[in-house]
Design a protein around this ligand. Structure first.
Ligand SMILES: Nc1ncnc2c1ncn2[C@@H]1O[C@H](COP(=O)(O)OP(=O)(O)OP(=O)(O)O)[C@@H](O)[C@H]1O
Ligand SMILES: [Mg+2]
Length: 362
């Protein structure tokens, strides 16, 4: 990782007596693709606006490239933003839109044209300079907004839900293109989304926010496989939750009771006897067996309620005998027939040992 390019040091921001960013400290490194992820209203846009200089902070410091920047006006920060709404000038051409900032700065015409051409090529819109904005599709407008931001060669590019106005297919394509653009430019991207799939597929690191606070910071794999708490576990990906209790501990191991079934799992967080816990399991961590086969491991019992064929996986909805519903995903292997179950077939449910995440149930 590069050196810190943006640091929040104990930053707090409120509106109308409501704290929106609550004493946040965060280092963002040069060249990384960092995503702020969290539910609507958790403070993501406010964080971006404080980096851009469009919002002041009440307490703490925002340090950009080594300089305390609280009092540095937006125009003097080496930062550009792509907004959700694109905020393009509809009556101007693509070229005029992209050239706007450089023209304001009074750069020579030839230089402007060269840079605009370069930026257009970067976003795969070479030859579109004379088009009017109104004559572009949503996806093309989105690219113009990105070109307009990168033409200034900023140190940091801020992207506030830039893909949310696009349809599903285009959004997926643009994810890939933004990743490629990030690699080509080598600058820091700070991306905001409330879409966990977008965050997982695009980011070097994810910051999960909730209520103006950071719940967890980590690489996508870490956030997905080792969620720090129930909020993160619930917000990221699909999960099955089982309530349980610790019945005994022995150093690194503990006995637990889940749905009245006794099991032994690793004790990674110093759990104690009688503590209420919640066991988190992703659909793909579950192991399903026919009840007619020997189900020797400790297991839960249930019946197949739904079977959803998805091409390379089969998803099952299983109703446990307790009434609880869970979701499982099985990948095809050489013995594909094995995973086709009949509706209402009785099954044993366990999971791949060690893949469970156990969190305190507070
Ligand atoms: N200028 C403002 N004046 C008053 N309240 C504001 C202002 N800007 C934001 N807020 C409030 O601050 C909170 C956080 O807003 P923010 O826009 O940062 O959330 P967000 O995480 O970006 O949400 P979303 O995903 O919906 O865009 C919200 O409750 C919002 O209503
Ligand atoms: Mg927002």
């Amino acid at each position: 990782m590069g050196k810190q390019i943006v640091s929040f040091k104990g930053v707090t921001k409120g509106f109308d007596n409501q704290t929106v960013v609550d004493n946040i400290s965060l280092d963002i490194y040069g060249g990384e693709f960092l995503t702020l992820l969290g539910p609507s209203g958790c403070g993501k846009t406010t964080m971006l606006r404080m980096i851009a200089g469009l919002e002041s902070c009440d307490e703490g410091q925002v340090i950009i490239n080594g300089v305390v920047s609280n009092d540095i006006p937006a125009a003097e920060r080496d930062v550009n933003t792509v907004f959700q709404s694109y905020a393009l000038f509809p009556h101007m051409t693509v070229l005029q839109n992209i050239a706007f900032g450089l023209s304001l700065k009074g750069r020579p015409e030839a230089e402007i044209l060269e840079k605009v051409e370069e930026a257009l090529a970067m976003v795969k819109l070479a030859g579109f300079g004379e088009r009017r904005i109104q004559r572009l599709s949503g996806g093309q407008q989105q690219r113009v907004a990105i070109a307009r931001a990168i033409v200034n060669e900023p140190l940091i590019l801020l992207l506030d839900e830039p893909l949310s106005a696009l349809d599903h297919k285009l959004r997926k394509e643009m994810r890939l293109e933004l990743r490629q653009l990030h690699r080509k430019l080598g600058i820091t991207f700070i991306f905001v989304t409330h879409d966990q799939e977008e965050a997982l597929t695009m980011s070097d690191r994810i910051v999960v926010m909730n209520n103006g606070k950071i719940e967890q910071t980590g690489e996508p794999k870490e956030i997905y496989e080792e969620p720090a708490n129930l909020f993160v576990a619930d917000f990221i990906g699909e999960s099955n939750f089982f309530d349980g209790r610790v019945t005994g501990t022995d150093g690194h191991w503990m006995d637990i009771l889940v749905e009245d079934v006794a099991m032994t799992v690793r004790n990674r967080r110093g759990f104690f006897v009688n503590q209420d816990i919640r066991v988190l399991l992703r659909p793909e961590d579950m192991v399903i067996q026919r009840a007619s086969d020997d189900c020797d491991q400790p297991h839960l019992k249930g019946r197949v309620e739904e079977l959803i064929y998805k091409g390379n996986t089969v998803d099952l909805v299983i109703r446990l005998n307790s009434g609880k519903r869970i979701a499982t995903t099985e990948f095809f292997n050489e013995d594909a027939e094995e995973i086709f179950y009949a509706q209402n077939e009785a099954v044993c449910i366990s999971w791949i040992q060690g893949w469970e995440v156990v969190l305190p149930n507070e």
